[in-house]
Design a protein around this ligand. Structure first.
Ligand SMILES: CC(C)(COP(=O)(O)OP(=O)(O)OC[C@H]1O[C@@H](n2cnc3c(N)ncnc32)[C@H](O)[C@@H]1OP(=O)(O)O)[C@@H](O)C(=O)NCCC(=O)NCCS
Length: 176
């Protein structure tokens, strides 16, 4: 699967490389990032699992994730992309996270259209879906501003840290 570098005036989206491991660990061990997020890691070594996950998505053609960076590629802001790509049904799940120091700067607003456009135009998707913890108000605000439609809530569908959590289902269709 070909992974292109995508750019806007503010952002560069590029392939995730092994040198990103420190930043991936920094993000996916940060309490504010992992609060509503499905994975977290307790050591740099353990983060290798995530690096393998990113690699295998492309090898197995089941998804593709990008590093979200400054246009000069010097600063790592976070990561975003697709997994659970289902070619038969032309759909995939979208995911996204940023290091907290880069929150509230509209980076998700700027990066999502690039990622979604790649999904619809290059991956041939018809449907992009996002599963958001019902308590994750920042993400819900941001994804609704991006015209994803709230389809419903899977109530108490998971247990995290011993507590039930509910998940909101958002989607965007190619012809929306
Ligand atoms: C969800 C997330 C990607 C939003 O990215 P972002 O680029 O900050 O998004 P926006 O700039 O559009 O801000 C969205 C909302 O986040 C909230 N927000 C912004 N800055 C914030 C901050 N420093 N602290 C807490 N919330 C903040 C605001 O409510 C904002 O909405 P508003 O500007 O309409 O009031 C980011 O908060 C994040 O990485 N969260 C952890 C990972 C995660 O939960 N990902 C789940 C899937 S989205």
């Amino acid at each position: 699967m070909y992974l292109s570098v995508m750019k806007t005036d503010k952002l560069l989206l590029r392939q995730i490389i092994s040198e990103d491991k420190e930043n991936i660990y920094k993000g996916l061990s940060h309490p504010d990032v992992i609060k509503f997020y499905g994975v977290n890691f307790h050591s740099l070594e353990a983060t290798e699992e995530q690096m393998i996950w990113y690699r295998e998505l492309e090898e197995n053609e089941t998804g593709i994730w990008w590093a979200i960076c400054s246009t000069d590629a010097q600063t790592f802001y976070g990561a975003g992309g697709f997994n659970n790509l289902n070619k038969q049904h032309k759909k995939a799940e979208i995911g996204f996270w940023l290091l907290p120091e880069f929150w509230g700067k509209g980076i998700m607003q700027e990066a999502f259209p690039l990622i979604c456009n790649y999904g619809f135009e290059t991956l041939g998707l018809n449907r992009i879906e996002g599963f958001v913890d019902s308590e994750n108000s920042s993400c819900k605000k941001a994804i609704e501003k991006l015209n994803f439609k709230l389809e419903g809530t899977m109530r108490e569908c998971e247990i995290k840290d011993g507590k039930f959590l509910s998940v909101d289902i958002y989607s965007k269709l190619k012809n929306d």
